[in-house]
Design a protein around this ligand. Structure first.
Ligand SMILES: O=C(O)C(=O)C[C@]1(C(=O)O)C=C[C@@H](O)C=C1
Length: 365
């Protein structure tokens, strides 16, 4: 090659290359969609989209995408593209119906898109409880519910719903959450009250103390609900994701304003069925403890002895009974595979109340 300055590429020639690649990509996506239909037929004569959905297979496909990636696009970007391709392939049957805490524009809706792609049909619902109800009744195939935030900790009200619900956990989604202060006028000097979900107000506490110490903070059912209210008055604002601002026609006053740059919310995917192992899974257990000495130890000891790592343990007052506790325990592994299978068999032998809430693929970025 000649020394010196690299020669400027010829724009028309580069575009011709891109056009050729686009043709190939399109032909391959079409071919993939046809094979996905064949997979559908190979699974037998199935009725609804939910019968075709395979979260463990999707996780495997996405992990391979990440393993193969050498840049220049980031893992997140490639995962998003492949997620959408799978979402579209699956929706050839009929889109999945996924319930979430609405109205439109919530972070829960973003989590639905991240996990199921945009070909799934999102059902905005009024509360997390309603998400459980709609999935239990079959009106929704799955639900996506927030369970924990990196700076605020566990969302206890969500965990408590598992105490009385028969639903299973079949996935998890991690979403980076960026908060924006938004209003109708877009001017900070107009703001006298701020609507948002209590957790979002808490995530922006320092910023608010510094910039709007006197504004009234009004917790509402969801961030998007805050945005919906803020569009009605010039002196009101909302803290929410940018997408909620777009849905309700608000202007960004400032953002991102969350106190921690790595602010992340974890969501659980709830459904009515269990799925097979994906190769890198997590299991959620619900353990009821009666006040016998050493009861919790007898449950944790086999887990430790089998070398199972525990990612979390949370205690909640058990439903209905005074001074009895339920423990939510998350461990690495799948109930159908050793060593977790063996440890659970030992635990079952002496503890009546161990319920497997679900084994599911660890979130792909
Ligand atoms: O492999 C399957 O079981 C398919 O149905 C294909 C496919 C895909 O597009 O890769 C589509 C939907 C499923 O959720 C998983 C994977």
């Amino acid at each position: 090659m000649a020394e010196g300055k690299p020669t400027k590429p010829d724009l028309a020639a580069v575009r011709a290359q891109i056009d050729g690649i686009d043709r190939e990509i399109q032909a391959l996506i079409t071919e993939r969609a046809l094979f996905a239909r064949q997979v559908g037929r190979a699974k037998g004569k199935l009725a609804a989209a939910i019968d075709y959905y395979r979260p463990e297979r999707e996780a495997q496909v996405l992990r391979r995408v990440v393993d193969r990636n050498d840049g220049p696009l980031s893992d997140d970007v490639l995962v998003r593209l492949f997620r959408e391709i799978m979402s579209a392939c699956l929706a050839q049957q009929e889109p999945l119906k996924v319930g979430y805490l609405g109205p439109e524009g919530t972070f829960s809706q973003q989590a639905v898109h991240k996990h199921f792609g945009h070909s799934a049909h999102g059902l905005p619902l009024a509360s997390v409880e309603e998400v459980f109800d709609e999935v239990a009744s079959g009106a929704a195939d799955f639900g996506v519910v927030p369970v924990e935030n990196s700076s605020q900790g566990t969302i206890q009200s969500t965990l408590d719903l598992f105490l009385t619900s028969p639903l299973m956990i079949c996935g998890e989604v991690e979403l980076r959450v960026h908060q924006y202060l938004m209003s109708r006028t877009g001017r900070i000097e107009d703001i006298e009250r701020i609507y948002s979900h209590g957790l979002s107000l808490a995530q922006c506490k320092n910023w608010l103390r510094q910039h709007l110490p006197l504004a009234e903070k009004l917790p509402v059912a969801s961030n998007a609900e805050g945005a919906r209210r803020a569009r009605n008055a010039d002196d009101a604002a909302a803290i929410a994701g940018e997408s909620a601002g777009r849905v309700y026609g608000l202007k960004v006053v400032a953002g991102p304003i969350e106190d921690r740059g790595d602010n992340t919310t974890r969501f659980l995917v709830i459904g009515r069925a269990a799925f097979p192992p994906s190769g890198h899974d997590r299991t959620s257990l619900l353990v009821s403890i009666h006040d016998q000495p050493g009861a919790l130890y007898r449950i944790l000891e086999p887990l430790a002895r089998h070398g199972i790592s525990m990612d979390r343990i949370e205690s909640r007052p058990a439903h209905g009974a005074l001074w009895q506790y339920a423990f939510f325990i998350e461990v690495t592994g799948h109930v159908e595979e050793s060593p977790l299978k063996d440890a659970l068999a030992e635990i079952d032998a002496f503890a009546g109340d161990v319920r497997v809430l679900g084994s599911y693929p660890v979130a792909v970025p």
